[in-house]
Ligand binder design. Structure first.
Ligand code: GLN
Length: 572
């Protein structure tokens, strides 16, 4: 029987529930169990696709095309697993499903009510996502005491009754502030979180205490008495330099063993942390450091943390660096600054590599194109992600192929040289303004060109082999098989995730190729037209663009091939 671990957060948001949940999952894997994680988001948006990344953080994309809260990304990065969109549950989805069912007469005349129908739907969704896992972690988003997460806590309590307390455990992640004027760690907010949680009939089995410093015996005892749990179950999780230290720290407190004991279970295997420790050590003490510029439009963000809007790119660079024992110093450069002052482009000389990330719309685009031009002509390693590929093609068309007016129809629909154009399937969607969940989303196959630099990177990192397995799984799943397009078994095929509406206009492919761009990978639609997935300029060393977002498939110990190649090029 599947066991459930419910993770809720007290005191305030941003205490690190996501990384704690992911770390617990990783620990259980190391003890020999199959673990997955579910994220509950108490907002009314159906999914994260329409949320502003500069406000809410990056939109994460799953293999099966979900646009999700970034916590799912954290789970994938720790668990080294592809997690499907059903592992994200929002209030919007729950209400919509219940109302749709009511409209379809599925409740057979019942009065449809908050209780029991909403919690029932929540439980149903959780059970659907549980499959054959030994452990399912359920992270309840928001903070205890929020109105929004009451139905979810109610549903957890109800799940406990359905399956029995022996199969479910509660973990409270809380925060202990140290106010600067007294320099003393305070347990009061945690006590109040415990009390608030008890209003839902929930008493934590474990309390994980986030704080600047480790907890001393006195605080542990205070919490132990107040929550009425053994002090062994009050776990300290102090601030650390990299989140990947958290599983190691929690294991120092023997959290894995203690959790298993709570369920009357034992480790199936001796945990092995050697490789993980080595990677963490490389992150903390790299042999060498490279400097990377990420050129994007960073406007109207205020105090918002850019690291969160581009978290997957940062993490991909970190993972690649960890595998290469190289630190990556990331600098965000506002592309707009290059528009008014061309001289400022010289600043780019100080970097070992340049990335142009995904993006939408006209703002800052000319500055990005100038930065790409600088990378190409100065032979600085370049990685273009989605928009970063499209703008590299525009730069090349303008300055190498002589198409001065070259542009994307996203910005200039009347350009005489639409080298980037809307995908045929997207035209009607845009005309009808059906924006939610309608981009080309999720993992699509790309056939890689023999002898290309890109193929070599997928081979060297072992990703080609890994994707072979995934492809045979996709072929069996009829609802997802379309992602493969036309597949020739003898070809080298890889899978990356996507989120875009525009593509390289196939009409210009020949001209671009004649001038030196190599299209080293394509997707073949069922009507046999090709969608260009990768470009490279072999003479330039590392100058690579992809229509995909490989940053969604990077994990510690299993870095993304393109990021790995990029950081490696930056080292040289
Ligand atoms: N705006 C471009 C498109 O829709 C690129 C999107 C992206 O970078 N994710 O095709």
């Amino acid at each position: 029987m599947t066991k459930y671990i419910i993770v809720a957060g007290g005191v305030m948001s941003g205490v690190g529930k996501g990384v704690t949940t992911a770390s617990i999952g990783k620990i259980l894997q190391e003890h020999g169990y199959r673990a997955t994680a579910i994220k509950i988001d108490p907002y009314l948006n159906y999914d994260a696709g329409t949320l502003r990344p500069t406000e809410h953080g990056e939109v994460w994309v799953t293999d099966d095309g979900g646009e999700i809260d970034q916590d799912l990304g954290t789970y994938e990065r720790f668990l080294n697993a592809d997690i499907p969109k059903k592992n994200n549950i929002t209030t919007g989805q729950i209400y919509k499903t219940v109302i749709d069912k009511e409209r379809q007469g599925e409740y057979l005349g019942q009065t449809v009510q908050f209780i029991p129908h909403i919690p029932d739907e929540i439980k149903k969704r959780i059970k659907e996502a549980s499959n054959s896992y030994d452990f399912v972690l359920v992270e309840v988003g928001g903070t205890i005491g929020d109105y929004e997460n009451i139905p979810f806590l109610f549903a957890m309590k109800s799940l406990e009754r359905d399956i029995g307390k022996q199969n479910l455990s509660y973990v409270l992640v809380t925060y202990l502030p140290i106010p600067s004027h007294i320099e003393e760690m305070k347990t009061k907010p945690t006590q109040q979180a415990i009390r608030l949680l008890s209003e839902s009939g929930i008493f934590p089995d474990f309390i994980i205490c986030r704080a600047k410093k480790p907890l001393d015996v006195v605080r542990k005892q205070k919490i132990e008495t107040y929550a009425n749990i053994i002090s062994d179950h009050v776990i300290s999780e102090p601030d650390i330099e990299t989140v990947y230290q958290i599983p190691l720290d929690l294991e120092k407190e023997k959290l894995g063993e203690k959790l298993l004991k709570e369920f009357g279970m034992k480790s199936k295997k001796q945990p092995y942390w050697g490789d993980w420790k080595k990677l963490v050590d490389n992150i903390l003490n790299p042999a060498k450091t490279v400097k990377v510029a990420i050129v994007g439009k960073y406007i109207d963000i205020g105090d918002y943390n850019l690291a969160d809007s581009y978290i997957s790119i940062n993490q991909s660079l970190l993972h690649a660096g960890a595998s290469l024992n190289t630190g990556v110093e990331i600098n965000w450069l506002d592309s707009k600054s290059f528009e008014n002052n061309k001289k400022s482009l010289n600043e780019l000389k100080n970097y070992d590599g340049i990335i142009v990330p995904g993006g939408f719309g006209a703002s800052g685009v000319e500055g990005k194109i100038s930065a790409i031009n600088f990378a190409r002509t100065s032979k600085i390693p370049y990685l273009g992600l989605c928009y970063g590929l499209q703008l590299a093609v525009i730069e090349f068309a303008r300055n190498v192929c002589g198409l001065k007016d070259a542009h994307t129809t996203e910005i200039n629909p009347k350009t005489s040289a639409p080298v980037i154009d809307v995908q045929p399937a997207q035209k009607e969607i845009l005309e009808k303004s059906m924006f939610g969940g309608t981009m080309r989303l999720g993992a699509y196959a790309a056939v890689l060109k023999e002898k290309s630099q890109i193929l070599k990177l997928y081979e060297e990192t072992g990703r080609l082999k890994e994707d072979e397995k995934r492809i045979s799984e996709l072929q069996k799943d009829r609802s997802q098989a379309f992602r493969l397009g036309i597949i020739d078994k003898n070809k080298k095929i890889v899978l990356e995730r996507h989120r875009h509406r525009y593509e390289v206009n196939p009409k210009y492919a020949d001209l671009l190729e004649k001038n030196g761009i190599v299209f080293s990978g394509h997707y073949e639609r069922l009507d046999r037209t090709k969608l260009m997935e990768y470009i490279e300029l072999p003479k330039n060393g590392y100058f690579i663009g992809t229509q995909s977002h490989p940053e969604f498939k990077s994990r510690l110990g299993n870095p993304s091939p393109l990021f790995w190649g990029f950081v490696n090029a930056c080292r040289k």
